[in-house]
Ligand binder design. Sequence first.
Ligand SMILES: [Zn+2]
Length: 600
Amino acid sequence: MKTRSWIPLLLILLLSGITCFGCKPKAAKKSPSEPHPPIAMKPVMQPGPGAGMTARPAPGGAEVQMKADAFLKGYQADLARLEKAQTTAYWKAANSGKKADFAAAAKAELALKQLHSDPGRYRTVQALRKEAASLKPLTRRSLQVAELAFKGNQLPKPLLEKLVKSSTEIEQVFNTFRGKIKGKAYTNNKLLESLRKERVGAKRKEIWEALKQVGQQVGPKLIALAKLRNQAAKKLGFANFWDMRVRLQEHDPKRILTIFAELEKLTNEPFRRMKAKLDAELAQKLKVKPEALMPWHYDNPFFQAPPPSAKVDLDTLWKGRKKEDIVSLAQTFYASVGLPIEDIVKRSDLYERKGKDQHAFCITIDRGADIRTLLNVKPTAEWMDTMLHEQGHAVYYKHVDRSLPFNLREAAHIFTTEAVAMLFGALAKAPGWLVASAGLDAKRVQAITPALLEQRRREQLIFTRWTLVMLHFEKRLYENPDQDLNKLWWDHVQRYQGLKRPPARNLADWASKPHFTIAPVYYHNYMLGELLAAQLRATLAKRFKTPDATAIFSSPSKKKIGAFFVEKVFRPGMRYPWPEYVRRATGHALTAKHFAAEVK
Ligand SMILES: [Zn+2]
């Protein structure tokens, strides 16, 4: 991630992760280098009685239906109005970078939040939900989604303020802390750069340790915050904060754990083999024995991404191209698969400008036709990926059934829109696409193809094992914040990532990861997005009768791809809770199998 300018607003949005934010700025943000904490959380809840098409309204339910219709009419109208004010203000701030614009965005955000903290309306939703059997399926679903938006926002103001204050304090530590080596302070970026370049093990260790120093300051504060968050969660009737966050994201905790257990099992062996190979390469490069490799020998301080491949530099293939070429390539490509984006590109802000947000995101202003993307396109491989990624979010929004009630006019889940965006973004590193759609030199692409595929496999496997650490550690952190967390962290790192625990180290290394503060209990959604992307590729492969789904995007049948996405993936919006949505879109429940088959 290049800057952290988005964090203050994100913080307001997440209110220390306590809310799940009503149907907020449906912006999916992405930094070109690392998965981004979400800017929006869906107001969703654990799957209740099928919001699908089964039960018929009970006789005598006409009165309840009328009551529900009247309530929802007012609620949806307020939601639409406040949300549009908020997304408009956010777009303006992200483009100008002006303090006053950010203040206005925060104010609009607060107004939207207040809608969902209204206890009177919450009671009405709850009462209506009790009579769900008498209601039409879409009314029922609309109330189910609304209930979650309200539920996470029912905390007493003093507790809410304490939560915000506490996480803001930690945020400030992250922003101002500078790791030291031999008494000299360095920025995080400088340390990361040095870690990538340094060849001497002892020096790498010093740099790595400097990167972890912030954990010592954050650790005790984060434990206090975790206890406060637990207190809030219990007040709202949840077992703990992890349980609350997961359920408010419309996940069933058991289902998530089952999917991740399957993922662990299926990637154990491929990861072990891949890591052995990577370790051999690193050992040779750094002149140590493979068994002597320590966490600081990997370029990424958390080992969440592989070191860059020495054999692939995709950017050299883009040399001589202009930034405008990236945009027009994406336009031509999306049109060729039957998902034109001219309208979206026209409303977007695509290139670097002073003061502008340096990342990338997609936003729907009104859950209607006004969809925009913000990017800072440059002629590089990473920006090609990001351009395709953000337009993936955009085409999803564009085709959600607009006849749905307003609060269901959204992607089925934050991870389903990520899945689509990741699926399209990944094409920018797919050899077939680079030649057929991007028009890059076929011989040069062919020469790097094995290394390109191997690097992608490494990225996927390493990221998977890292998300396992994040999921399980954070779950246990909230289950018991008083346990020996320093030890627990290294137990997890050892088990899932196969890294060696530095001997006799008893420091709060876990607390140096900002996500525990700014985007708590969220990481699983990145991984679920990857799993669904793989499952969608498998569905396409079956539908188009080919073993290689990615190849379809460069084949003559690609023009039929759009119709599949529109009908099966985009149109349903939030009509169904995500498990049912995934079954309908792909023919079976979400599984780690397809992802595992891609990385085996
Ligand atoms: Zn995204």
